[in-house]
Each structure stands twice: as structure tokens, then as C-alpha cells.
Design a binder for this molecule. Structure first.
Ligand SMILES: Cc1cc2nc3c(=O)[nH]c(=O)nc-3n(C[C@H](O)[C@H](O)[C@H](O)COP(=O)(O)OP(=O)(O)OC[C@H]3O[C@@H](n4cnc5c(N)ncnc54)[C@H](O)[C@@H]3O)c2cc1C
Length: 496
């Protein structure tokens, strides 16, 4: 690389964004013998959406928290699981489906029958979706698929249970989501018969933060002049011979190639300006996928009064049973009359996580996340506390000592949490989302056909796209990745 008076620095490859995709792309180039690259990252640290906060004396996760799917026997391993083991990230098994306490507006109510039915309903949805793919039938929404398998979720208990199965993962409703891609999202990660890793989830409770796994990995190979932190990209000029990037501080960088790993939300919202503007096939792909939002709302109470403690008092005499429940019930599901209103609760004040911490968090998603982000903290806190008091109506619920939630949707470096695949997003749109435009390449969780939305999707895309770029450099010959200039299936009126 060289520096001129005009402050232009040249590299073989510019990696735009220092999240999991960017770091793994950098490692891949390094392993291919290409070290003339730099990561350009707006934030003060690497990790991207892997972000912590200090809350109630603990390091908590604002973004990703779970390794979703680990490994079964010596079958395929989730690469995030592999990194977590390599860097001794402290994780705990988190049982999402075997141990849930259920509540509604009248307090603790057992609706585990609905909960268990909703697991079967989702399973049936994935089977229907798989059969449709095999028969080359058009995609349908998750809602249509649910209806076709006879799952109508006609009351708050059933709707909350469905939410836990569906929205809590995809961060959007069944109406807003592709049935086929939702089935893929589940199967390729969790179902070993479909090449998935395993059906369990490991939750990071590492007090260095979950992000330590990617930051420690970066420290193994990345030199200080291969990372530019606190550097926000404003424009990306691209051509068939190279890429020029301008930062908000006026500095210019040129690259023989560039890999843009900014989130789908960033690409959708013109936070970065492309010159010339991206071709229409690319713009259609970017605007056809959805950047969904997943919001964890944290509360810190002076003492614990919830879930397992409540169960303890019910079973006060039966010590063995109560100890078992104490150990295994970190999750709660609340069924409001309004679907998606403060539904999924998790206690971190649990023997497996942060015992004695007084921390609990509730998750909202999709349109509800957008709604709460527009409210003030105190307005949201008031609503949440109203729900807590209706869940625990026999308990004197204290005011929380602390309250916090991140605003991913309005954050200009992310504009949401992770991507979701709507029913109108065709498989060829995904090819177009991945396609390069001249010397400018794209990668991120959203470009992963199998693992969109996941950390391991980001990992595999960083690996794959950097391998493609390394091959371009090695052979001095780069063929365009597959793209479809038009994606068709509409029939003119007069043909019907
Ligand atoms: C709330 C939440 C919960 C999640 N839960 C899980 C989970 O439990 N398990 C799981 O597997 N996945 C989860 N995910 C998804 C996971 O976090 C993502 O799939 C993954 O982190 C995406 O990595 P990436 O490198 O593709 O993108 P990013 O991490 O977004 O990296 C892109 C980088 O680009 C930078 N950037 C953006 N704009 C600019 C600019 N103009 N100039 C310079 N830099 C810029 C950003 O700061 C960022 O560092 C969750 C995400 C969120 C937000």
C-alpha cells in the first residue's frame, strides 16, 4: 500500500465493515497469502452486531447471545461453536422448549398444551414447505402454510405459543415471512437430517462478552494497519477496474477489490452512497429482503420474585421436584390479548446464568420493536411494568432499579437486527443480493441462502466471498457471480 499527499491509500482489497463477515473475510485473505487489505469499520471495535452493555454489574448482550445449533457427534459443526470452544467462551445450554412457564393477563396459567401443539404446527409447516420445494411450487407466507396445515391459532394462548415458535426466531410475523425460507432457516441449522448442526442452543454468559470470540480470533492474525477503526464510509465508487471509498472525514481509500459487509438495513437506507448507483437487479434484491428487528429489554430488580421462585412456592413441600424446577425454568411466555406484546421472558437470575443478579429480560420483535423504539424509555418501562404486574398479581412487584434496551432499527450502522426472507423474495433475488458489481463484492448474514440471520451465516459468507476474491487476484481473471437481470413470473392480464 502507498500513501500520497492527497491522503489516498491503496490496498489490494478493502473490507468494508468489521463484523463477523469482515473478520472472517480478512482471515481468509490472510490464509490465501493476501495481506494487503484493510478492514474499514465505523465503530471503535471489531465485532459488528456482537455488542455488549454493562448492566446491573454484569456484561449483557445487546445483540446475538446464542450459538444456534452446535454439533451432533462428529457431524458438521457450527463454526461459531468451534470459535467459542477455541477461545474458551463461557456458554450455557439454554433449553427453549423443555421448560417454559406460561402466563396471561390473569397471571400464571398453564397453557403448555397450546405451547406443545405449536411445536407440532411449526414442524408441519416445515414439512409442507419442503414438499412444495420438491414439487417446484411457488413460495407462500408462513401464515398461509400454517393455515394449510390446519393451525389457526385462534386465541391468545395459541397466538403467544405460535409467536414463540416463529416470530421469536425470524423477528417478523408468519404473514411477513416466506414459508420455504423459514423452513430452510430452521432445518439447515437445527435438523441433522438436513445437514443441520444440532437442535440445541448455547447461550454466552462470558463476561468478556460474546464478541470476544471474534475479537480474539482477529488478534491472531490482524496487524494494526490492517484495521481502520472509527472510520465511517460515506461513498463507494466502483468500476470494473477497482473501488474508491470516501470516509466521512474526507479520507480516500482505493482498492483493487472491495468487499462490502454492511448490513442489509444500511444498504436499504442510503446511509452509504454508491457511485454510480447500483444496477436495478441489485437494488431490487436489496429492497426485496427485509431487515427485521429483535429487541431485548432488560430489567434489574432489587430481588427475584419470578418464574422458578413462584414455582418453588407452589411446590414448597416437594423439595426434589422444586429443586428440579428451580434448575430448569429460565423461560416464560406471556399471552397478551395483543399478539407480540412483551411475550418472551428470560430470567438471567438463574443458577445457569447470573444467579443473584436480579436481571430479567423480555423480547419484542418486528413491528413491535419499531414501535417501542419510537417511545421514550420511561414509556416502554411503564408498559413493561404493567405486564409484569399482571403476570405476578399475587406478588408485590418492586420498581426496577435499572432499565435498558438497544435501538437497533434506528441505529444508522445497522438499521435493524438481522434479515428475514419475505414471501415475495425469490430464490434468484438471493443470487442477485450476493452478486458482485464490477470489483465490488457483497457479503453478510443476509447473503446466506442457508443461514440468513445467523452468526454462522455471516461466517460462511465472509469465508466464501473472500475465497472468490482471492481466486480473482490469483488468476487475474474474475468472472461475475451468477445474477439474473430480470426475475419473472407475472402473467399479462389478457393471458388469463
Ligand atoms: C438483537 C440481535 C440478536 C441476535 N441474535 C443472534 C443469535 O442469538 N445468534 C445468531 O447466530 N445470530 C444472532 N443475531 C444475528 C447476528 O448478530 C448477525 O447475523 C451477525 O452479527 C452479522 O454479522 P455481519 O458481519 O454480517 O454484519 P455486522 O455485524 O452488521 O457488520 C457490519 C459492520 O459494518 C459496520 N458499518 C456499517 N455501516 C458502516 C459505514 N458506513 N462505515 C463503516 N462501517 C460501517 C458496522 O458497524 C458493523 O461493524 C442477532 C442480531 C441482533 C442484532
Amino acid at each position: 500500500s502507498s500513501s500520497s499527499a492527497a491522503e489516498t491509500t491503496h490496498h489490494k482489497v478493502l473490507i468494508l465493515g468489521g463484523g463477523v463477515t469482515g473478520v472472517i473475510a480478512a482471515r481468509t485473505l490472510h490464509e490465501a497469502g493476501i495481506d494487503d487489505f484493510t478492514i474499514v469499520e465505523a465503530r471503535e471495535e471489531l465485532g459488528g452486531r456482537m455488542q455488549t452493555a454493562s448492566f446491573a454489574g454484569k456484561i449483557i448482550e445487546q445483540g446475538p447471545n446464542w450459538i444456534q445449533g452446535t454439533q451432533t457427534g462428529d457431524g458438521p459443526a457450527n463454526p461459531i461453536f468451534v470459535l467459542a470452544k477455541k477461545h474458551s467462551i463461557k456458554t450455557q445450554f439454554n433449553d427453549w422448549f423443555g421448560s417454559v412457564s406460561t402466563y396471561d393477563t390473569s397471571g400464571h396459567v398453564d397453557f403448555l398444551d397450546d405451547f406443545n401443539n405449536s411445536e407440532d404446527d411449526f414442524e408441519n409447516l416445515t414439512v409442507l414447505a419442503g414438499a412444495r420445494v420438491n414439487a417446484s411450487l411457488v413460495d407462500i407466507s408462513g401464515r398461509t402454510a400454517y393455515s394449510l396445515v390446519g393451525a389457526k391459532s385462534q386465541n391468545p394462548h395459541a397466538r403467544a405459543s405460535e409467536y414463540y415458535q416463529f416470530d421469536w426466531e425470524y423477528a417478523q410475523t408468519p404473514e411477513q415471512s416466506s414459508a420455504i425460507a423459514s423452513a430452510w432457516g430452521n432445518n439447515f441449522t437445527y435438523d441433522t437430517d438436513q445437514g443441520g448442526f444440532s437442535d440445541d442452543n448455547q447461550m454466552s454468559i462470558d463476561q468478556r462478552g460474546f464478541k470476544a470470540l471474534i475479537q480474539l480470533e482477529a488478534n491472531e492474525f490482524l496487524t494494526s494497519n490492517q484495521r481502520m477503526l472509527n472510520s465511517t464510509v460515506k461513498t463507494i465508487s466502483h468500476s470494473s477496474s477497482g473501488v474508491t471509498v470516501t470516509l466521512t472525514n474526507g479520507k480516500q481509500l482505493t482498492g483493487g477489490y472491495a468487499l462490502c459487509t454492511f448490513s442489509l438495513g444500511v444498504l436499504q437506507n442510503d446511509d452509504v452512497v454508491f457511485k454510480p448507483s447500483l444496477p436495478s437487479f441489485k437494488q431490487e434484491a436489496i429492497q426485496s429482503m427485509v431487515m427485521a428487528t429483535y429487541t431485548k429489554i432488560f430489567l434489574h430488580f432489587p430481588r427475584k420474585f419470578w418464574f422458578d421462585t413462584e414455582v418453588l412456592s407452589i411446590f414448597g413441600e416437594c423439595l426434589l421436584l422444586s429443586l428440579t424446577l428451580f434448575f430448569f425454568v429460565p423461560m416464560a411466555l406471556y399471552a397478551d390479548l395483543e399478539r407480540g406484546r412483551y411475550p418472551v421472558w428470560q430470567s438471567l437470575d438463574h443458577v445457569n446464568f447470573f444467579p443473584g443478579s436480579g436481571i430479567v429480560f423480555v423480547t419484542v420483535t418486528g413491528d413491535y420493536s419499531v414501535r417501542v423504539e419510537a417511545l421514550s424509555d420511561s414509556e416502554v418501562k411503564k408498559e413493561v411494568m404493567q405486564v409484569v404486574r399482571s403476570m405476578f398479581r399475587n406478588v408485590t412487584v418492586p420498581e426496577p432499579l435499572d432499565f435498558f434496551f438497544p435501538r437497533w432499527h434506528t441505529n444508522p450502522l445497522f438499521r435493524g437486527s438481522y434479515s428475514n426472507w419475505p414471501p415475495s423474495f425469490a430464490s434468484r433475488h438471493l443470487d442477485n443480493l450476493r452478486a458482485n458489481v464490477g470489483r465490488l463484492f457483497f457479503a453478510g448474514e443476509a447473503t446466506s441462502r442457508k443461514y440468513f440471520g445467523f452468526l454462522h451465516g455471516a461466517y460462511f459468507e465472509g469465508l466464501d466471498m473472500a475465497t472468490t476474491i482471492a481466486n480473482c487476484i490469483a488468476t487475474s481473471n474474475c468472472t461475475d457471480l451468477e445474477r439474473f437481470t430480470q426475475i419473472t413470473n407475472a402473467s399479462p392480464y389478457e393471458n388469463n
